[in-house]
Design a protein. Structure first.
Lengths: 272, 306
């Protein structure tokens, strides 16, 4: 509180928990009352959450959807923080900083492909909805390791209908192979897209981005790195970005991303 | 609120600060990102991200790991370089009215001299000599952990910098009072401590270090006991003012550091968790002082009862 009446442009919110539903396979969907948030929330953005317990840092979680005053965040339990998040119950409140980061640019796109791998599909849902609402035709290529790992397929079907394509590594459901391969085959079969939006493990994103580049389709990837402040000050979430001349600089996922044009994505030289 | 507002002013070297709460280097960028969340002009000062002569990219990711009650970081002094700071970041900071402390690091002793020269009269309010960052290959912590190299670095900076010179000490030493006395001897106006403790985290599933740099600097509430002890020891060893830091999360923590001997405090890691943390610490410290019947924050310094 300031004696001079300083009004912050941004703040963290204490959002009431509406529900926390298990999606299966260690994934959860948190629904929060976001009536208090006046800032527009864009597909591809994230919130940084205080998990409580014996955790210290916030955890960044992608926005799955935001409509009708309800913010949905989807995540996989990976450690102590996300485990605590999965235990949130109706009536609890969640300290959420956001919306943060750059989302997917969707203006003027008439025919889009969204390509997701595993939990990478989560940020693509709100994007698919927004694209459809803008009059675009949206094809979703969603890849999972195996049939039992499939989550949120019904949500995507409700938006993309017959243009929802499921792929599993082992072929237990849908196309056998990676989502980027299925996307590649669609391109080879003559499908034309104005933009490709890609989110998932780095090798999967690289494959999809290469396929898009081969056909001259503007593509966007969503990066992920361990984060600190989430607002661009502490510099820990470093990623390598390259410009048109091929020069590489150090950017940051929370500030320059998480969504960046695929051609700017430079892999870390000594990454394992 | 009492009838008479508490006097929050403190003096460090030649610089008068409006209050003793300063944002710690590396945790506040150049202030811009926090300006949207909190009134940064209320801070006593901001110590900016560590500057080097030339721009630095820093270490590969991952650069952060959570630890019990804290974090490990291995950013590696990523910064735009001192010239770009003066040109692109300093004007904004000066407009806020808060004191601007330039934190400067070097790979060689000569670089500290050059940095001091460049920053002398450049428009900052103080220079904080970073002799303690554990995340860069050359210089820095190496200089700060030995009295002879620390003396040389401080002497060189003192020769070229006329303003308030603060020496930031590393805790990764056997006896910090030795380094503290050496810095005072060579003309430091004040000391700031502690910088991070050298630490490591392992991912048991992959059997790999979590940080790409393998080791990193530990900070946050988990280091407070070490920091308090060191502030107390240094206070007994030197006469120049001390800026205390290490896991300060609220006003009571800040008061504890002042009782141990600090004239001012720096708030670092807490800002990564709550963007309003530094100003919240100031408000908490004022509350603490009011409840304790103090009329001046400066009166809390050195009041530990042994």
């Amino acid at each position: 509180m300031s004696a001079e009446g300083f009004i912050p442009a941004k703040k963290s919110y204490l959002l009431p928990v509406i529900s926390c539903i298990a999606l299966g396979e260690g994934c959860f969907m948190l629904s929060l009352d976001c009536g208090e948030i006046t800032e527009e929330i864009c597909p591809g953005q994230f919130f940084s959450l205080l998990c409580g317990g014996n955790t210290y840092l916030r955890r960044p979680v992608s926005v799955f959807d935001c409509s009708g005053g309800v913010l949905r965040l989807a995540f996989e339990v990976r450690g102590r923080g996300t485990e605590l998040l999965s235990a949130l119950r109706p009536g609890d409140t969640l300290d959420a900083l956001g919306p943060l980061g750059h989302g997917f640019p969707a203006n003027g796109v008439k025919k889009a492909a969204v390509i997701g791998g595993g939990i990478g599909i989560f940020p693509l849902f709100m994007l698919a909805k927004a694209l459809k609402a803008g009059g675009a035709e949206v094809s979703a290529f969603l890849g999972f390791r195996t049939k039992t790992k499939i989550v949120c397929d019904r949500e995507f079907f409700s938006v993309c209908g017959a243009k929802t394509h499921i792929a599993t590594d082992d072929g237990s459901m849908g196309f056998q192979g990676f989502a980027p391969l299925q996307f590649s085959q669609a391109l080879a079969a003559g499908e034309k897209y104005d933009a490709a939006y890609i989110c998932g493990p780095a090798p999967m994103m690289r494959a999809a981005a290469d396929a898009a580049a081969m056909y001259g389709i503007p593509a966007y990837v969503s990066l992920e790195e361990r984060m600190g402040c989430g607002i661009g000050a502490c510099l820990v979430c470093a990623c390598r970005l390259k410009d048109k001349d091929g020069r590489v600089r150090t950017g940051h996922v929370c500030k320059d991303g998480p969504v960046i044009p695929a051609e700017q994505w430079a892999r870390e030289e000594n990454r394992k | 609120m009492s009838n008479k507002a508490i006097d929050t002013r403190i003096k460090i070297g030649k610089t008068e600060f409006a209050n003793p709460v300063i944002a710690a280097s590396g945790c506040y960028g150049f202030g811009r990102e926090f300006a949207g969340y909190t009134d940064i002009s209320r801070l006593g000062g901001i110590s900016v991200k560590g500057l080097t002569l030339l721009p630095r990219d820093g270490n590969p990711s991952p650069r952060i790991a959570e630890t019990p009650s804290g974090i490990l970081n291995s950013v590696g002094l990523q910064n735009p370089g001192v010239e770009a700071f003066i040109r692109d970041e300093l004007p904004f900071l000066r407009k806020t009215g808060t004191k601007v402390i330039a934190n400067a690091a070097g790979a060689e002793i000569s670089e500290y001299a050059r940095m001091a020269e460049i920053l002398d009269g450049a428009g900052t309010d103080a220079l904080e000599l970073n002799l303690s960052c554990p995340n860069v290959k050359a210089g820095c912590a190496a200089f700060g952990s030995r009295p002879d190299t620390l003396r040389e670095a401080v002497r060189e900076a003192r020769r070229h910098y006329r303003g308030t010179l603060i020496v930031k000490l590393t805790p990764n030493v056997t006896d910090i009072t030795e380094l503290a006395r050496a810095a005072e001897d060579e003309g430091a106006d004040a000391l700031s401590l502690i910088n991070t403790l050298l630490g490591m985290a392992i991912d048991a599933k992959t059997r790999r270090p979590v940080l790409a740099n393998i080791t990193g600097g530990l900070s946050g509430p988990c280091v407070k006991p070490v920091a308090l002890r060191m502030v107390w020891q240094v206070h007994a060893a030197v006469r120049i003012p001390i800026i205390g830091m290490g896991g300060i999360e609220n006003g009571t923590d800040a008061a504890e550091f002042m009782m141990a001997g600090a004239s001012a405090v720096m708030v670092g890691s807490a800002n990564l968790v709550r963007p309003t943390a530094a100003v919240d610490v100031l408000d908490g410290l004022i509350s603490f002082a009011e409840n304790a019947g103090e009329t001046r924050l400066a009166d809390i310094t050195g009041t530990l009862r042994i």
